[in-house]
Design a protein around this ligand. Structure first.
Ligand code: B4P
Length: 185
């Protein structure tokens, strides 16, 4: 199975949910920029204070801040495989990531795109109830996704790395779909 991965998809598509399961089942390291940012917010660090307002507006945190966090974690990736969840979020972050992975001798093997309708995304996020999960903010996050993150789909398709997976259905069914896609089935 391919084990050096990125997850891309609209907010609420289930990237965090599926990434945690896949990493647990296959002994891979899970690196979620959303979780790392929320940990900084909870710790009340300077970085967290800067990120909190941006996240609660549904905007993307600055590339410099996210890259600083990711760079600090790359040494911890190990050699059992890894999954970057929610990063990169735009083409600039993707371009910054590539040489960092080359430097550690661990190039990317696949980019999993989780695809889901807006109505289902909205429903899932409203029931999750995180601080940045109210209807206006979610709408804005969907716009930001289309504007800034969706261009990554073409970016990685052109590099022959993109695998699109239908993210509708039960959590188990989606995990099975992802595993099948990653083993070339
Ligand atoms: P993230 O933490 O990445 O979260 P997300 O996109 O909102 O959700 P995800 O797709 O992981 O969905 P989840 O599994 O939770 O981003 C949050 C914010 O952080 C961003 O808006 C941004 O401000 C900032 N940020 C993060 N990375 C950044 C970067 N690289 N650059 C700049 N800013 C960055 O699932 C959603 C809900 O659905 C859950 O309640 C789950 O239980 C449920 N669910 C999942 N699968 C389901 C299924 N199959 N059926 C029913 N419910 C399901």
């Amino acid at each position: 199975m391919k084990k050096r991965l990125l997850f891309v998809g609209p907010p609420g598509a289930g990237k965090g949910t599926q990434a945690a399961r896949l990493c647990e089942q296959h002994g891979m390291k899970h690196l979620s920029t959303g979780d790392l940012l929320r940990a900084e917010v909870a710790a009340g660090s300077e970085l967290g204070k800067e990120a909190e307002a941006v996240m609660n507006r549904g905007e993307l945190v600055s590339d410099a801040l996210v890259l600083a966090i990711v760079k600090g974690q790359l040494g911890e990736l190990g050699d059992g495989g890894w999954l970057l969840d929610g990063f990169p979020r735009n083409v600039a972050q993707a371009e910054a990531l590539k040489p960092l992975l080359t430097e550690i001798g661990q190039p990317l093997e696949a980019v999993v795109l989780l695809e889901l309708d807006d109505a289902v995304l909205m429903e899932r996020m409203l029931s999750r109830g995180r601080d940045d999960d109210n209807e206006d903010v979610i709408r804005h996050r969907l716009e930001v996704y289309r504007d800034k993150t969706a261009p990554l789909i073409e970016h990685y398709r052109n590099q022959d790395l993109l695998i699109a997976v239908d993210a509708q259905g039960s959590i188990d069914a989606i995990t099975a779909r992802i595993e099948e896609a990653l083993t070339g089935g």
